[in-house]
Design a protein around this ligand. Structure first.
Ligand code: 5RP
Length: 218
């Protein structure tokens, strides 16, 4: 199996975690796209979806899946999304697709977070993948200086504007051993909208696509 096949296998395995007649939280990225395609095949069994990005909204609607506004939803049984890295405690780095803030919001509402990923994403220590931080545009340089004080090397992701109209700094050189602490610290910097550490709200289940099939961790 190549990487795409492992992503697809993990995404298809997530269908077993979707309750009947519910609204499903849907993430963003290539693995989430495989999940949306799999969801389309059972769309008669669900009410619809809440999405974490405009890109996923377009793909869901393209499949004829109803997309709801999160503000109109009281409860969300499950959120399914990929990750850029996930450790053995099921803490993640997300935001490679610049959708981290909406992903974190939908994940916060969801009762269960099912992470779908290929085996390359499973790591002992987070931080090899540069940590995305969504920033209000006028605060970009200030936030970058503050991130340097925390030991990181921020790089401006040029040409990218998030669905919320903000910019992304990718922070290189972090070895994230205290994920919850660093998540909180970075979010305290004025001008940061959110950062891509998902530790305060980690995944409940990981479906990992591997050469030996899909492995489940919880
Ligand atoms: C988007 C994300 C994605 O989940 C993450 O980048 C993984 O993407 P892919 O499934 O394409 O490897 O956080 O903001």
């Amino acid at each position: 199996m190549n990487q795409d096949e492992m992503k697809r296998a993990a995404a298809e395995a997530a269908i077993a975690h979707i309750p009947e007649d519910c609204i499903v939280g849907v993430g963003t990225g290539s693995t989430a796209n495989y999940f949306i395609d799999a969801l389309a095949k059972i769309k008669g069994r669900i009410v619809g979806a809440v999405s974490s990005s405009e890109a996923s909204v377009a793909r869901l609607k393209g499949h004829g899946i109803a997309v709801f506004d999160l503000n109109g939803i009281d409860a969300l049984p499950v959120y399914v999304d990929g990750a850029d890295e996930i450790n053995h405690q099921l803490q993640m780095i997300k935001g490679g697709g610049a959708a981290l803030t909406r992903e974190k919001i939908v994940a916060a509402v969801a009762e269960r977070f099912v992470c779908i990923a290929d085996e390359s994403k499973y790591v002992s220590v987070l931080g090899q993948f540069p940590l995305p931080v969504e920033v209000i545009p006028m605060a970009r340089s200030y936030v970058a200086r503050e991130l340097v004080k925390l030991g990181g090397h921020p790089a401006y992701r040029e040409g990218v504007v998030t669905d919320n109209g903000n910019v992304i700094l990718d922070v290189h050189g972090l070895s994230i051993t205290e994920a919850t602490k660093l998540e909180t610290e970075i979010n305290q910097i004025v001008g940061v909208v959110t950062n891509g550490i998902f530790a305060r709200r980690r995944a409940d289940v990981l479906l990992l696509g591997t050469r030996d099939g899909v492995k489940t961790y919880s």
